[in-house]
Design a protein around this ligand. Structure first.
Ligand SMILES: [Mn+2]
Length: 288
């Protein structure tokens, strides 16, 4: 018998029907403000995932036979952000309606809006945990309301005040930081208060539905240079990993990892880091 290399993430081969979580790629970078390339993120991660062990020495657990399906990348029109968001929303709705957890890989950060629209329809009381170097709270970017620079503002349009928690933020306009003071809960530069926020969520009688969006540029560019708008002074891999591991008992209803840009990842180390973050997150939820 000749072995074949699996094309799925981490060689996950659970059929859709049996899966508890579904990974899909949203390879869209049509509104990227500086350096495009995130459209290649999902395929680069899928290819490179072959080289990463499915075992986590951090958690002593393995991803093998996990109930996770890789449903591939969506075919998205680069010139039409609204149409791309519609398609992402449709796919996320399908996954949610089938009782599964959607895990999306960008793509630029605007793709989060498509997935979040679906999640917010199903869970109107959803809370957002947002890791990013950038506020993403602009009302518009050079007139465009649908831009990766505005994605959290569009999410705020849906959820309103006090439901967005931002971490690691170190770039934005004066207006964005002013907006954050009254409309979101923001920790600048670090994520030291992450555990306090989770403790607050745990106080609720009913489990609070949580959407997690990780713009990987929250990481320091010396560890994660492969992104379109790098910002010095970011979190380390270990900072982010420790935060995410605390989500084990949190009611995650959707999550995404965005803004890996393979053209700026000449060494491959950013893609490898993104994969390791993804692997640890998946193992935390589904590892054995
Ligand atoms: Mn960002």
């Amino acid at each position: 018998m000749v072995d074949r290399i699996e094309k799925n993430f981490f060689a996950l081969n659970c059929p859709y029907e049996d899966a508890e979580a579904v990974i899909f790629g949203a390879p869209f970078d049509g509104t990227t403000s500086f350096r495009p390339g995130t459209r290649f993120g999902p395929s680069a991660m899928r290819n490179e995932s072959i080289g990463l062990e499915s075992f986590s020495p951090y958690q002593d657990k393995d991803l093998e036979d996990a109930p996770i399906c890789d449903s591939g990348d969506l075919d998205l029109p680069f010139g039409d952000a609204e149409q791309a968001l519609d398609l992402i929303e449709q796919e996320t709705t399908r996954i949610l309606d089938d009782g599964k957890l959607p895990i999306m890989l960008g793509g630029e950060h605007l793709v989060s809006l498509g997935a979040f629209r679906a999640v917010a329809k199903k869970y109107p009381d959803v809370v957002v945990l947002h890791f990013d170097a950038h506020c993403d709270l602009r009302e518009d970017y050079i007139g465009a309301k649908l831009s990766h620079a505005c994605v959290l503002r569009r999410i705020h349009d849906i959820v309103g005040d006090g439901r967005i928690y931002q971490f690691g933020i170190r770039s934005g306009t004066k207006e964005e930081f002013e907006f954050a003071k009254t409309h979101t809960k923001m920790e600048r530069f670090r994520a030291d208060n992450f555990d306090e926020v989770l403790a607050l969520l745990r106080l609720s009688e009913k489990p609070v539905p949580v959407y997690l969006t990780v713009d990987l540029d929250v990481l320091d560019p010396r560890e994660f240079p492969g992104t379109g708008t790098p910002e010095a002074g970011g979190l380390s891999f270990e900072d982010l990993r420790i935060c995410l591991m605390q989500l084990k008992d949190i009611n995650l209803v959707g999550l995404d990892f965005v803004e890996l840009s393979p053209p700026y990842d000449a060494s491959g180390c950013s893609t490898a880091l993104a994969l390791k973050i993804l692997r640890e997150t998946l193992i935390m939820k589904y590892g054995k």
